[in-house]
Design a protein around this ligand. Structure first.
Ligand code: NDP
Length: 287
């Protein structure tokens, strides 16, 4: 068996085209503000991709780059200004933040109506009770790619490996909302391979290169690989390659569908961010 590839690049491209069509008919364009503190190279790349995404579909974007030694109070003051700015629909503070800044304080300061990532504790609560302002981008991207490939979640046993606030836990909530039966695993789970083998839908959000092997996967399962890991490879121009949490070649012999890394959930995450910005804009102007 050779799995069908869930092509995130192609699916995200379709979503962006739909968003572009909607945005082009709007007189006032939605606006996303991205705040970057410090000069982490990976964060800079992610922020650049988000800005480019906005531009390509005709949305407005604004970037605030602050030095790595910015005091927490200065960052909170910027967020207060953005919260009060009526032209801003979505605010995103790129993580990770420098160690001297409390992530909790920053995420809690973003107005819930502008919390484009759904990281504010109140929005996390709304997500748990079923009615968030918007859904968190990466988990929403996982659900969307399955929906667009007519994968049945209802009744399926979904195993999520990883319990972070950003991916694992909210993904479990969204799968539950799709009527999957959900198991969440983590670093202390007993016999992880056996739990994975029981999954109809296996979602990996671990951050460990190719830890999930082909023989951990049930024949015909859907495999969603959220992980993005850099692995040194001197033969490549950049000196590294990106791999997921799943041993892709082995897994694709067993699974029915699989997301590649790169080109799977990464582009879907950006598409969902743009979609969320539009959603928040529509909610704001309808108030
Ligand atoms: P975190 O480090 O916050 O969480 C990792 C989770 O994996 C934890 O719950 C941890 O368990 C669990 N874990 C670690 N080791 C093992 C193990 N050996 N067996 C089972 N579980 C284990 O990572 P994130 O959730 O933020 O990200 C996960 C991955 O997804 C990363 O590779 C990240 O780069 C990627 N990512 C990709 C995105 C995209 O757009 N494609 C967006 C966001 C993240 P415990 O809680 O017990 O420590």
């Amino acid at each position: 068996m050779s799995a069908l590839i869930l092509d995130g690049t192609k699916t995200a491209c379709q979503i962006r085209a739909e968003l572009q069509a909607e945005v082009s008919s709007m007189q006032i364009k939605p606006k996303l503000v991205v705040v970057l503190v410090g000069d982490d190279p990976a964060s800079k790349v992610y922020v650049g991709m988000k800005e480019k995404g906005c531009r390509e579909i005709g949305m407005l974007s604004e970037k605030h780059v602050l030095p790595g030694n910015t005091p927490e109070a200065a960052l909170l003051a910027l967020i207060d200004r953005l919260n009060a700015d009526p032209s801003v629909d979505g605010i995103l503070c790129q993580l990770p933040l420098p160690k001297h800044i409390s992530e909790h304080n920053v995420l809690e300061r973003i107005a819930i109506q502008k919390d484009v990532d759904c990281f504010h504790p109140m929005n996390v609560g709304y997500l748990a009770t079923g009615n968030p302002f918007v859904k968190p981008c990466t988990p929403a991207g996982v659900i969307e790619i399955m929906k667009r490939h007519s994968i049945t979640m209802k009744g399926a046993h979904a195993v999520v490996v990883g319990r972070s606030n950003i991916v694992g836990k909210p993904l479990a909530q969204l799968l539950l909302a799709e009527h999957a039966t959900v198991t969440i695993c983590h670093s202390r789970t007993n016999d992880l391979p056996a739990v994975c083998r029981s999954a109809d839908i296996l979602c990996a959000a671990i951050g460990k290169p190719e830890i999930i092997k082909g023989d951990w996967i049930k024949k015909g399962a859907v495999v969603i690989d959220v992980g993005v890991n850099r692995v040194d490879d001197a033969s490549l121009p950049k000196g590294y390659k990106l791999v997921g949490d799943v041993a892709y070649n082995e897994a694709s012999q067993v699974a029915s569908y699989i997301t590649p890394v790169p080109g799977g959930i990464g582009p879907m995450t950006i598409a969902m961010l743009l979609s969320n910005t539009l959603e928040l804009h529509k909610k704001r102007i309808s108030l």
